[in-house]
Write a protein that binds this ligand. Sequence first.
Ligand code: AMP
Length: 472
Amino acid sequence: MNSNDFNSFGLKQSVIKGIKEMGFVTPSPIQAQAIPIILEGHDLTAQAQTGTGKTAAFAIPILHSLEKNGSVEALVITPTRELAMQISDEIFKLGKFLKIRTMCVYGGQSIRRQCELLESKPQVLVATPGRLLDHLKNERISNFSPKIVVLDESDEMLDMGFLDDVEEIFSYLPEARQTLLFSATMPHQIKRLAQKILRFPKQIKIASSNITNEDITQKCYVVNEGHRDEAIIRLLDMLCPVKSIVFTSTKREADALSHRLSQARYKTGALHGDMDQRARMDSVRAFKSGKISVLVATDVAARGLDISDVSHVFNYHIPLNPESYVHRIGRTGRAGKKGVAITLITPLEFKEIKKIQEEVKYSLEIEEIPSYEESHNQIVQKILQTRIVDDAMGIYTDLMDKSDETNGVLKLISFVLQNQAGQKIGPSQQEINRLKKEEQRDKRGLEQSKSQYSYFRPSRRKNTGRLSSGRR
Ligand code: AMP
């Protein structure tokens, strides 16, 4: 069956209601293929990236199958705490009308607290391998007989060195179970694991043409080593992303860049494996709620995170391999929205970016880092465009009457008002005063900074082209 409608799966009405409540209308390809297979009780290997709707692909049949018999009926094993929380959250939301309990089990949280929560008899457990194994070895989970077990992001668990733990976990699981293995890639170690833990699995592979999303525009900017921070700041200034993730190679870089960006007045936070659990959760929550707009993250911490409305992804360094590149840029352009992925490269890295380009079959445009003036003007215009107050025209006329100045701020206000004719738009009186002061300060700063930043732009010639043409 290859369905275009969730109703045709024969799901319980309470599950259908949950799907509707989530706003899902049409099953995604992985859901259309996986849901019927899982409902029929088969084991499954599914090769699919995040962003394809794979969580719901296993969550929906799990919810349909729950009997609420007082035991843990389904277990999802996933590599990171953030993913565990995200999956648990999606299952909980989809199961809104079933009144089920889901629980997350991960390292970094007090064992005692987790034991208390386990007493509440959750039907679905979402766990990271290390802590789950610890609970199982110490017999802290009662009524544990999951009939459906999901291994999510299996290749990531392999990369993180969890495979031995995962195998050991299976020694505690009932023989009579249905096992579903999800992985973005299928290295031979994962295939071997699949042979050990799955029985006559059906296989699904979401075509690799889905790997890079057409909704994502991919570009790279050439910088000299040592100028990456400034390049990111200028691009953020210029592009004004609503929400962006900057990927760094190391934890230290993530901290340093996050600090640098907050000095540049960006609302930013870091996300990496050296942060304690609370700090990581705070960063993810703040980013999701919009409290911070730039998340500076390492691969592992951010992998698989489903955060909607990420408009831009930046690669501070070129990713280690094409796979990592695909994972990273997949944080944007989700659910049919447009996204931009930008990679900073040095002239020495052309070869590597070419490899990525060949792998993802996308010709990356090379662009020029904006000048200080360009990025600065963009910020001022953005501020003006987003300040909506009553009687903007009145304020403007009033100001022009009172002042014979023709400074930059008034010109900009005029520009914005003319371009937004008919809309209620313009800065408040207070804002105008602030901008006037800032304008003067920035003018002074600009003069001082011109020489400092000139290395980004050796000439005024527009330097665009495609890598394949060999131009820089
Ligand atoms: P995932 O691949 O599980 O990380 O899912 C990516 C995003 O797609 C999540 O925000 C899901 O809530 C959303 N999603 C999953 N299935 C559907 C669907 N059938 N229609 C629309 N959005 C969906």
